[in-house]
Design a binder for this molecule. Structure first.
Ligand code: FAD
Ligand code: FES
Length: 242
């Protein structure tokens, strides 16, 4: 992990409140899908953790939702602006020699794009289940389809695809729960945790991002504690107490 100077190549809104920022890094950069960077938003002391959505040598794509002041300031940044990233941090999703089912909800979906790319590159079948509140919030589905993934979409209000949760989509379409990689809101992860085998990526409020401050701790099922930033964010299902 290191500080990386990057320049914004493109910034665009995908759907309301969701932005895609493409950056060029000063030096080649590599990371596992599921790892994240800590973004130093100009004017803010604490860095903001954002998952790596796509990575290609000197190009990195972040997709983020504007939820507070830091992400709102990121959304104001323009092509050519400089940004300091720190990373890659944490554990990534394992790339195994098998087909994979990827389950994502909202802004938990971006790290699954690089994961899907790597599984498809190895020739594996990739099934993606994406969950949103409503049709207007759907993003990235065409990118997964272009990679040759089989894509199912669930919307909570029933305005597109299967009405209900990602688990409703999994049941309705008889999708296997044998090897699942998931990222999304906690209620979704709890449901995945209860029914599936594989790995989940957790979120927690972070400060240092490198395992030093214990600000992001969750309980280990063995009774100890786990730092989401360093022991995770990707954990084997059952490892962390949700
Ligand atoms: C490992 C990891 C990966 C993430 N990947 C993404 C992603 O790819 N796309 C995306 O949109 N969001 C992602 N998040 C959530 C993102 O970090 C927060 O939405 C963001 O930090 C909010 O910052 P803010 O200044 O806009 O909000 P504010 O609420 O103003 O933030 C105040 C402080 O709380 C922290 N904070 C607030 N919400 C969160 C949160 N959910 N997780 C961690 N820290 C938080 C901020 O970093 C900041 O220090 C990720 C979080 C983690 C832990
Ligand atoms: S954020 Fe400091 S230990 Fe995880």
């Amino acid at each position: 992990m290191k500080c990386i100077d990057a320049v914004i190549l493109e910034q665009k809104m995908l759907v309301p409140e969701i932005y895609q920022m493409t950056l060029q890094t000063e030096a080649p950069f590599s990371a596992m899908p599921g790892q994240f960077v800590q973004v130093q938003v100009p004017g803010y002391y604490l860095r903001r953790p954002i998952s790596i959505c796509e990575i290609d040598e000197r190009q990195i794509v972040l997709i983020y939702k504007t939820v507070g002041q830091g992400t709102a300031a990121m959304a104001q940044m323009k092509k050519g602006d400089k940004l300091d990233l720190f990373g890659p941090l944490g554990t990534g999703f394992p790339i195994e020699n098998r087909d994979a089912v990827l389950i994502g909800g909202g802004v938990g979906i971006p790290p699954l794009l690089e994961t899907a790319k790597q599984y498809r590159r190895l020739g594996h079948k990739v099934t993606v289940i994406m969950g949103f509140n409503a049709k207007e919030q759907i993003f990235l589905s065409a990118r997964f389809e272009k990679l040759g993934c089989s894509v199912s979409i669930a919307t909570m209000d029933g305005s597109y695809g299967i009405s209900g949760t990602v688990m409703d989509a999994m049941h309705a379409e008889n999708i296997s729960n044998e090897f699942v990689l998931a990222c999304g809101p906690l209620p979704m992860l709890k449901a995945v945790n209860a029914e599936c085998h594989g790995y989940i990526s957790l979120e927690s409020r972070m400060a240092c991002g490198i395992g030093a401050c214990m600000g992001c701790v969750v309980k280990d099922s063995d009774g100890g504690s786990l730092r989401v930033c360093k022991d995770g964010p990707v954990f084997a299902i059952g490892k962390a107490v949700l």
